[in-house]
Design a protein around this ligand. Structure first.
Ligand SMILES: [Fe+2]
Ligand SMILES: [Fe+2]
Length: 266
């Protein structure tokens, strides 16, 4: 993994997030049927972005090559800092919508507990699942929510989460490539199961908002599953690619490959 390219990217981007200008001069004009579930839904995502990244750091200690250990640690620290800048940005969105920030929420609590119970691999797959679902969620908000503040936040977070998926792919490919064929199959099966369950839970938990935006919760869930397949296919392609190809996207600091199907119609 080209850690220096990611360090440069995260250092710059977190500053952009913290200074992002939002069109806050107008109060929110969304109908109540959208505003209320949106405020609650956004507050749930805000809480999810507020993590400290301790498990990701532990994971990095396990998988980082010794010669690049400091680079890995720095990139992960900056990645976590960027997630926390998302939490600050989302807090501004919740405030704009007249909602309340959460300190606890049942889905967050369940996954935090599960992460203690199962292995570290599981914890990282839960984090990755959150990134994949966030990509679909913010893509949906960007396309379907007419509020300019929410649209701007959703657009920024969508772009960032796409880069995060690219970062995670770089990071995880170095881990997964070390597994045996059976280990790799188990890794994939565990990840697929976690993702499928989480997507169903999130679609159900945010159903009021999704319906208010004209999207059936089951369609949202299906789009999440498509996102998982795209990610997994690209990860497997990366595992089979020569190492210089694997380093290319981050090394060149180029935009991530579009997820394709991220905007599968309104
Ligand atoms: Fe995020
Ligand atoms: Fe993320």
């Amino acid at each position: 993994m080209n850690t220096q390219a990611w360090i440069t990217h995260f250092e710059r981007n977190t500053r952009v997030n913290d200074h992002l200008e939002l069109p806050l001069e107008q109060p929110c004009q969304l109908p109540e049927a959208i505003r209320s579930p949106l405020a609650t839904s956004l507050a749930t995502f805000q809480l999810g972005e507020s993590g400290t990244g301790s498990r990701l750091r532990r994971y990095a200690r396990q998988v980082a090559p010794m010669e690049n250990f400091r680079g890995y640690q720095r990139a992960i620290d900056l990645f976590v800092a960027e997630e926390q800048s998302h939490a600050r940005l989302l807090a501004r969105g919740v405030q704009h919508l007249g909602g309340k920030l959460l300190t606890q929420q049942w889905t967050n609590s369940v996954f935090r507990r599960l992460r203690f119970l199962v292995n570290l691999e599981f914890a990282v797959q839960v984090l990755l699942t959150a990134e994949l679902i966030a990509e679909v969620y913010f893509g949906t908000l960007y396309l379907r929510c007419e509020d300019p503040v929410v649209k701007k936040i959703a657009h920024k977070l969508l772009r960032d989460e796409m880069r995060h998926l690219e970062f995670q792919r770089d990071f995880l490919s170095e881990r997964v490539v070390t597994l045996s064929p059976v280990g790799r199959w188990l890794w994939r099966a565990q990840f697929q199961a976690i993702h499928a369950i989480t997507a169903a839970v999130v679609a159900w938990d945010h159903r009021r908002l999704l319906r208010a935006l004209g999207l059936a919760p089951d369609d949202f869930r299906r789009r999440c599953l498509q996102g998982w397949r795209r990610f997994q296919q690209r990860l497997e392609h990366r595992l089979g690619a020569p190492s210089d190809e694997a380093a290319t996207p981050a090394a060149q600091g180029s935009a991530p490959a579009p997820s394709g199907g991220l905007f599968p119609g309104r």
